[in-house]
Write a protein that binds this ligand. Structure first.
Ligand code: GH3
Ligand code: MG
Ligand code: MG
Ligand code: MG
Length: 300
């Protein structure tokens, strides 16, 4: 996530001089992208996902209003901040732009200092919004997604799987004898072990759409869209093996002299009549059975 580093600004204007003046103005502080018409603006926005778009209103073929509507209609670009920069300078024009969802409106001819100040203010708000989203979605200790994030993604992926008939795999991982680990090595060591486990889980995921979230204290849930049971089970087994291979010493474990995990997994096969809590319950039941059967194993 782009919380630090240079922010990207896309300037979309059919007037060559305007484009150049704005580019020169912004270049010392930001990465500047240029588009000379609406179509190019949409293409560059989708490809580069800029933090902010300075968007001319009057352009031939596709005007700025249409560009903004198309941006909002596409999930990927829907939240990109847009400042209209327009020769239409009446208060009514400004009101129209803001009602459409533009973050700000600058009338031409523009004052360079004011443009820079307004751009800086919008980019500051973009950073703050990203930071809040990060805090709302990420678990502070492990840096995995948190349960709130998991619930959102799970709902979306479950619906998608029902719609397109593709499999959806879910697994629950739980550290074995972790209470004894804390009792034996202390809570701070437990936290470090938990972070190491989280890193191993993250590195073990194969696809960008896979999600690992901290579901409870020492429980991690894995969501693997479009993944068959056999394939998902392989991923989870490899993750469990990688965790054991970390060789985190655990003398007090009832299982092995090192930290191990147990896992239960289940796969929704698109056509099934189950609810999303059924899939979760199936994985949870198998986790319970994995514990009962002696821990340090994966059941599907
Ligand atoms: P089992 O093999 O059956 O899973 O046994 P367990 O001891 O791991 O299971 P249990 O659910 O009884 O205990 C989980 C322990 O995880 C209890 C708690 O002290 C520890 N735990 C939960 N969250 C954290 C955390 O954030 N940091 C640390 N250090 N420990 C945690
Ligand atoms: Mg124009
Ligand atoms: Mg537990
Ligand atoms: Mg446990």
């Amino acid at each position: 996530m782009n919380l630090v580093g240079t922010q990207k600004v896309l300037v979309a204007d059919d007037d060559t001089v305007n484009r150049q003046v704005l580019a020169e103005l912004l270049k010392p502080e930001y990465t500047v992208l240029l588009a000379k018409n609406g179509e190019q603006a949409l293409e560059r926005a989708a490809r580069h996902l800029p933090d902010l778009i300075l968007l001319d209103v009057m352009m031939p073929d596709m005007d700025g209003y249409q560009v903004l509507r198309s941006l909002r209609a596409d999930e990927q670009t829907a939240n990109i901040a847009v400042i209209f920069i327009s020769g239409l300078g009446r208060p009514e024009d400004e009101a129209i732009g803001l009602k459409m969802g533009a973050a700000d409106y600058i009338a031409k001819p523009f004052n360079e200092t004011v443009v820079m100040a307004r751009v800086a203010m919008q980019l500051q708000m973009v950073r703050q919004r990203r930071m809040l989203e990060h805090l709302a979605h990420v678990d502070g200790l492990t840096e995995l997604a948190n349960r709130r994030r998991f619930d959102e993604v799970y709902e979306t992926e479950w619906q998608r799987s029902r719609r397109n008939g593709r499999p959806l795999s879910l697994a629950l991982l739980d550290i074995d004898s972790f209470k004894q680990y804390n009792d034996h090595y202390g809570h701070p060591a437990g936290d470090r072990a938990l972070r190491a486990v989280a890193r191993a889980v993250s590195s073990g995921l194969r696809r960008p759409a896979d999600l690992a979230a901290r579901y409870g204290g020492e429980e991690v849930v894995l969501l693997m869209p479009d993944t068959e049971a056999a394939q998902a089970q392989q991923v989870v087994s490899a993750i469990c093996a990688a965790i054991a291979a970390l060789q985190i010493q655990h003398e007090a474990s009832s299982v092995a002299p090192m930290l191990t995990v147990s896992a239960g997994g289940a796969t929704l096969n698109g056509t099934a009549e189950e609810s999303c809590s059924d899939l979760f319950c199936a994985a949870d039941t198998l986790l319970y059975q994995a514990k009962k059967a002696g821990r340090n194993r994966v059941l599907w």
